[in-house]
Ligand binder design. Structure first.
Ligand SMILES: Nc1nc(=O)c2c([nH]1)NC[C@@H]1CN(c3ccc(C(=O)N[C@@H](CCC(=O)O)C(=O)O)cc3)C=[N+]21
Length: 281
């Protein structure tokens, strides 16, 4: 039985974030501004297409606008950069999200860095990442920000805790490690080359799973009383954490679905509204 467990409800956290946007969106509409998110998807990955669609639908539900740019698999770096520059120059677009990962032949860093900093609502540019690492980013990456929002919503302490992050991707493992450090956690970032990974995870008061491998984190890796955040989004809506096993030792844990995912989308909407306000000042 798991009744004594704190199941962190991402839908509830997402609702609280979105609720706070309603009035701000209304205020902007008085100025003739409709916050607009442009999503850019390269290639035909069906899962990526689903996420992009969810982001667009979420915008619509809040009375925001969204633009979808779908580019073929064979798009070159130059063509992708040109498409992004067009969105940079479009005064009707406030946020730009380039869906990660892009096909391997594209220079993803160059594409990310083509995004104008004022529209980098997912904190993917080099400058946005650096600002986040120093703790003063306007737009930290959405999934890391979502993880921090969940911890904050439930008043889960970070200061002095040992946080173990599994994964070092540019939009997840690296930025969330920086954000936890900035809130006074002691951070260990693990990755595919880490030796004795399980032993390190066992030290975690906070465990963030961002590896992209279904059910990767096992129940006996979790220290009793730990807080477990699952940022995995594998095929079939399966997280990186073996929930049924990990819930036993955990004090608090996010499920998949209805954990980090919906908060990520709410954060993206919030950043887009932030960007619309800042760009209209
Ligand atoms: N630049 C960039 N930024 C991203 O934030 C980004 C990205 N690229 N590439 C792909 C991943 C994936 N991602 C998800 C967001 C929400 C859910 C989500 O809300 N999932 C629902 C369930 C999904 C469903 O019902 O099908 C849930 O967990 O409850 C999942 C996955 C953001 N990503």
């Amino acid at each position: 039985m798991v009744t004594d467990k704190l199941i962190l409800n991402g839908n509830q956290v997402a609702e609280s974030i979105k609720e706070a946007l309603v009035e701000r969106i209304q205020q902007l509409s008085h100025k003739g501004i409709v916050p607009c998110l442009a999503t850019v998807l390269v290639g035909e990955n069906p899962a990526s297409a689903t996420y992009v669609r969810m982001k667009g639908n979420a915008c619509k539900r809040l009375g925001m606008q969204s633009i979808r740019i779908d580019l073929p698999e064979a798009t070159t770096t130059k063509e992708l950069v040109a498409a992004i520059q067009q969105l940079n120059d479009d005064p009707g677009v406030h946020g730009i999200l380039l869906q990660h990962p892009v096909p391997a032949h594209i220079d993803e860093r160059a594409a990310f860095d083509a995004i104008r900093i004022e529209k980098d609502v997912d904190g993917v540019t080099t400058l946005g990442y650096a600002q986040n690492a120093f703790g003063f980013a306007k737009f930290p990456s959405c999934t890391p920000a979502a993880i921090m929002a969940i911890l904050a919503y439930y008043n889960l302490p970070i200061k002095g805790k040992h946080a173990v992050v599994i994964g070092r991707s540019p939009i997840l493992g690296k930025p969330v490690s920086a954000m936890l450090l900035n809130q006074d956690a002691t951070v260990t970032t693990c990755h595919s080359r880490t030796t004795h990974l399980e032993d390190l995870v066992r030290l975690g008061d906070i465990v963030v799973a961002a590896v992209g491998k279904p059910n990767f984190v096992k129940g006996d890796w979790i220290k009793p009383g730990a807080v477990v955040l699952d940022a995995g989004y594998n095929e079939g809506n399966i997280g990186d954490v073996d929930f049924e096993a990990c819930v036993e030792n955990a004090y608090a844990i996010t499920p998949v679905p209805a954990g980090v995912g919906p908060v990520t989308i709410a954060t993206l909407l919030k950043h887009t509204v932030d960007a619309a306000e800042l760009l209209s000042e």
